[in-house]
Design a protein around this ligand. Structure first.
Ligand SMILES: C[S@@+](CC[C@H](N)C(=O)[O-])C[C@H]1O[C@@H](n2cnc3c(N)ncnc32)[C@H](O)[C@@H]1O
Length: 243
């Protein structure tokens, strides 16, 4: 499951539902699209962290975090901007954001064990002012709103593998994103399953491409495959948000 994408770390690599099929066909459903899978992953990682202090997998590797931070630096994103990490996993990116100086950071994940693990890691790092919450992004609570920046590293990929109507889940994701992000706010997505063009289609309603971030190609099992796509979208004034 874990391909060495983007210079290290894992990837939610997936198979197309039909070889050569269109994005609407999506991917072959997988356990990677279920909460049970992620609960089991983070329960294991929590135990490993408690026993050995190992924080676990950084999805897409260190460079995927540096790339996002460099973008925020380049665009002089104010350090008091509200930042939401969607599907934060072990929360290691939250640590990087805080070390860079961001002071209004929230991490959410639908897996309680992921949130427990991120809480333990943040505590060990002495970071007490980061908000952490168990939230299903496909059904966000009303308090989750007004963010300047939303980050997704591998979460949309995981949601796209949901065995229970992934097409609808992807639509719901876009609606949730519109709800939680401010108009003109930025959405930074890193994906190993979707190409730039496909992501442009997925997020065409209410978002426009602001910038594509350069990413390396990766090879796995002797085959040179897709590069990871890293895109920055900006929310337009004409989106689907309800609040
Ligand atoms: C591939 S992992 C990436 C974790 C983290 N973003 C990183 O870069 O290390 C996908 C994450 O998305 C979370 N996730 C999947 N579906 C979700 C949903 N509907 N709401 C919130 N989190 C979700 C999983 O629990 C998991 O932590």
């Amino acid at each position: 499951m874990s391909a060495g994408a983007d210079g290290g770390g894992g990837a939610v690599a997936a198979e197309r539902a039909r070889p050569g099929g269109s994005p609407e066909d999506g991917f072959v459903p997988s356990a990677l699209g279920t909460r049970e899978h992620w609960d089991a992953v983070y329960e294991r990682e929590l135990q490993t962290f408690q026993e050995y202090g190992d924080t676990g997998e950084i999805w897409f590797g260190e460079e995927s975090m540096n790339r996002l931070i460099r973008w925020m630096q380049k665009h002089k994103i104010p350090l008091d901007s509200s930042v939401l990490d969607i599907g934060t996993g072990n929360g290691v990116f939250l640590v990087e954001l805080a070390k860079f100086g961001f002071s209004n950071i929230t991490g959410i994940d639908y897996s309680p064990s992921a949130i427990q693990l991120s809480g333990s890691i943040l505590k060990k790092e002495g970071l007490s002012n980061i908000k952490l919450k168990v939230e299903d992004f496909l059904n966000p609570s009303p308090e989750l709103s007004g963010f300047h920046i939303c980050i997704d590293k591998g979460t949309f990929d995981a949601i796209s593998l949901n065995p229970d109507n992934a097409v609808e889940k992807r639509r719901q994701y876009v609606t949730s994103l519109s709800e939680v992000l401010k108009i003109k706010g930025f959405f930074l997505i890193t994906s190993c399953n979707w190409t730039k063009e496909e992501l442009l289609t997925e997020f065409s309603e209410g978002f426009e491409l602001f910038e594509e971030l350069p990413t390396p190609k990766f090879s796995f099992g002797g085959r040179c495959g897709n590069s990871v796509a890293a895109l920055v979208f900006q929310k337009t004034g004409t989106s689907l948000e309800k609040r």
